[in-house]
Design a protein around this ligand. Structure first.
Ligand code: 5GP
Length: 217
């Protein structure tokens, strides 16, 4: 199955030189390489939207956007789903709800996970729910969220993750829709941050060691 349902970026793929693409000048020197250019993200997202509609397009859909890192992927994915809906006779009413999870300090995952905006989600009952996450690392965040959402008894729950890190232990809990499987490196851009920096970068990039020091808190 590996490779047939996602784009696999191998460990020895050096990425593209940052200078081959435009990027904000305030980040020059902070980036090692571009591993997924913005255009490729958009093209892959368009295909994920079609797969999602094929599976979930029979019933009201509630999209759960996991902030902050997921806002761009969620917005673009919803846009693509909307485009499919307006060009087809089979359309679905769609809601978008935002929740916030925070578990990262610098580039390290911390144990305590806070869910904000998920207290009363009774509107999920009986609905098809699509959880939208930008990146899945260990899968701990996704597992916690799934458990919480299941409590509201939706009709179906699916997870879309733009990026999944290749780790030895996360295979048990993977998104149903995966954009790219990437090496276990810390990535930024396309709304993914490092201590709130780099959200204003279009491409998904690997940051330099220098930048990790520069923006450390
Ligand atoms: P997990 O619980 O799967 O280990 O971590 C998931 C969360 O950690 C993601 O929702 C994301 O916020 C953050 N995260 C994991 N890896 C990265 C990364 O490479 N870059 C950024 N910016 N965030 C990451």
């Amino acid at each position: 199955k590996r490779g047939s349902d996602r784009i696999v970026i191998d460990d020895d793929w050096p990425g593209y030189s940052v200078d081959l693409f435009s990027h904000p000048a305030h980040y020059s020197g902070d980036l090692d390489s571009v591993i997924v250019p913005h255009g490729v993200i958009m093209d892959r997202t368009e295909r994920l939207a079609r797969n999602i509609m094929d599976d979930l397009g029979d019933h009201d859909l509630v999209v759960l956007c996991v902030l902050k890192g997921g806002y761009q992927f969620c917005a673009d994915l919803v846009d693509k789903i909307k485009a499919l809906s307006r060009n087809s006779t089979r359309t679905i009413p769609m809601r978008v709800h935002f929740i916030r999870l925070k578990s990262y300090m610098n580039d390290q995952s911390t144990e305590d996970l806070h869910i904000v905006g998920a207290e009363d989600m009774t509107f999920l009952t009986g609905k098809n729910v699509l959880i939208v996450e930008a990146i899945v690392g260990t899968g701990k965040t996704m597992k916690t969220l799934l458990k919480h959402v299941e409590g509201f008894r939706p009709k179906m729950i699916k997870v879309a993750g733009l990026l999944v890190k290749r780790l030895p232990h996360n295979t048990a809990c993977l998104p149903d829709y995966i954009g790219f499987e990437i090496p276990n490196r810390f990535v930024v851009g396309y709304a993914l941050d490092y201590n709130e920096y780099f959200r204003d970068l279009n491409h998904i990039c690997v940051i330099s060691e220098n930048a990790k020091m520069k923006y450390k808190i």
